[in-house]
Design a protein around this ligand. Structure first.
Ligand code: SGN
Ligand code: CA
Length: 528
């Protein structure tokens, strides 16, 4: 009897799974293409210099490289406003800050207006199941998702709190591992008859770069190359000169670089914050941490470094922790890809990896982002899907306003007329970039005053040039000839040779501002 029941269950199982498979095929036969699933992964502050598929010489990211090798890699992908919350608002809405209303991160200023149209809402209307796990940072509760499990604010690396559909709970573990666990758990439990959108938003490798113990030992004593412009003197660039994101001057030895000595001799401005983060750890986590950091602290105290030696030590200490956090992201993306492969989901799932912006890994002497200079204006962008006709490098100028239209396009949903980006499908479906593809990009950064003292600025980037205008606090223009000066060290705005170029760029900049409806600078928004 028991045997017969088992047989019946087995046969029923086969019939059911065949029916599901047929349903997919039938929809194809009936002329309706099967809608692809979408997994969008966004890390936090992952500069393209720290992915080996971007020829990064710093580290190896074999799992991220898998996405690029099996798909495409955009070498000129940019953001609209190089900061976390604004980037997330742009991703959801396909619009610049001046249209989605989210200009800056600062608490109590402006929360994301979740009642506006977003691409997850539109996909949901079109029959997709939608979910987001990980960092959110938009303050208002997520809208447009069937399921959400998010980190409050910036989140914590160790034993983080999560808010699952409105309920807060503290979970033991390391944040990058937990986010992946939850992503896979959601995939397993989803309704298998519907296409899905899953957004996986990492906390890492955001400051203060606290690595998982599984990565301890990695890059130990590695002599990371020091960027040529690490000791930049910012001549001719006032905005760059007046920032507070210098590894040498502003990076906190106890907080950022983890030199929290038990004796309490190392007294720094942010030491207390790191002490509190360490207090979250379980005794076992703390013991592993101390085994890793205590010898480093001892060696540091003994060495009495100063001048250039201290400057280089700081950079390498920073990079070691940052790249260890990246290694955890990479390993976990591997887990997710393996899950997709082992369940057959890879074939019909678009996988996209990007960051909310780029990051300085010592270039210009910096950490952090915000500026329109390449390292933070750019974001890594790699994609994989069996349906792409294009493979390898794509050099066209693309921007995070384009992500929402792309996802809608692949799902067969019409892009709302007021979305400002364009679908990347023509780039992914043609052997070469269409001749009418955009030739310039617009950028606008607003947050000031801010922790890193980055002044407000906007600008235009073409294939060859970048024209930036700092405004409000002081009015100053910068022009970079990216062909001759890829590291943006020489502001040639006052060089008469470039007068004609400047005239043309200013006209183009004005038309971009008109096209995107940006009427700021307008001091109004600061007092809001
Ligand atoms: C925190 C960081 C800053 C960082 C912002 C914005 N300080 O305030 O260094 O610029 O986030 O980052 S920390 O001491 O709290 O780490 S963003 O990615 O969220 O925009
Ligand atoms: Ca960020």
């Amino acid at each position: 009897m028991k045997k017969n029941v088992l047989l019946l269950v087995f046969v029923l199982g086969i019939v059911l799974s065949t029916t599901n498979a047929c349903r997919n095929r039938t929809s194809k036969k009936a002329g309706k293409p099967v809608k692809p699933n979408i997994i969008y992964i966004m890390s936090d502050d992952h500069g393209y210099q720290a992915l080996s598929c971007y020829n990064g010489k710093l580290n190896k990211t074999p799992n991220l490289d898998r996405i690029a090798n099996e798909g495409v890699i955009f070498t000129r992908a940019f953001v609209t406003n190089s900061l976390c919350a604004p980037s997330r608002a742009t991703l959801l809405t396909g619009k610049f800050s001046n249209k989605n209303g989210l200009y800056i991160n600062r608490a109590g200023h402006n929360n994301f207006d979740g009642s506006q149209e977003t691409f997850p809402k539109l996909l949901r209307k079109a029959g997709y199941q939608t979910a987001i796990v990980g960092k959110w940072h938009l303050r208002s509760d997520p809208t447009g998702f069937d399921y959400w499990d998010i980190l409050p604010g910036q989140g914590q690396y160790y034993n983080p709190d999560f808010i699952e559909m409105g309920k807060k709970k503290r979970i033991e573990g390391y944040v990058t591992n937990l986010i992946t666990d939850y992503a896979i758990r959601w995939l397993k439990g989803r309704d298998k008859n519907k296409p899905f959108l899953l957004m996986v938003h990492e906390k890492a490798p955001h400051r203060p770069w606290m690595p998982d113990s599984t990565t301890f030992g990695l890059y130990e004593d590695e002599d990371f190359p020091v960027p040529d412009n690490y000791f930049d003197n910012y001549a001719g660039r006032r905005g760059a000169k007046e920032q507070k994101m210098s590894v040498i001057k502003d990076m906190d030895i106890a907080y950022d670089l983890k030199m929290v000595d038990k004796e309490g001799d190392i007294k720094t401005r942010y030491r207390k914050i790191m002490e509190n983060m360490l207090k979250r750890m379980t005794p076992a986590q703390r013991a592993a941490w101390d085994r890793e950091y205590d010898p480093k602290i001892k060696a540091f105290k003994k060495a009495h470094l100063s001048g250039e030696m201290l400057a280089v030590w700081k950079l390498r200490r920073y990079l070691t922790d940052y790249l260890r956090c990246v290694a955890s992201v990479d390993r976990n993306i591997g887990r997710l890809l393996d899950y997709l492969d082992s369940t057959g989901l890879s074939k019909n799932t678009i996988v996209v990896y990007s960051s909310d912006q780029g990051f300085y890994l010592g270039e210009h002497g910096w950490f952090d982002k915000r500026f329109m200079y390449e390292e933070s204006f750019r974001t890594p962008l790699i994609m994989r899907y069996s349906g792409f006709k294009r493979k390898g490098k794509i050099k066209a100028l693309v921007q995070n306003i384009d992500f929402a239209p792309t996802f809608l396009d692949y799902a067969g949903v019409k892009e709302p007329a007021d979305m400002q980006g364009v679908s990347l499908k023509p780039l992914l479906e043609n052997p070469a970039t269409p001749a009418n593809w955009r030739k310039s990009l617009y950028y606008h950064y607003y947050e000031f005053p801010c922790e890193h003292f980055t002044r407000r600025h906007y600008g235009i980037r073409t294939e060859r040039y970048k024209l930036i205008r700092f405004y409000y606090d002081f009015d100053e223009w910068e022009l970079f000839d990216l062909k001759n000066d890829p590291h943006e060290m020489h502001n040639v705005y006052h060089d008469p040779q470039y007068a004609g170029v400047i005239d043309t760029l200013k006209i183009q900049l004005d038309s971009l501002r008109t096209m995107y409806g940006d009427t700021l600078p307008d001091p109004e928004y600061i007092s809001k």
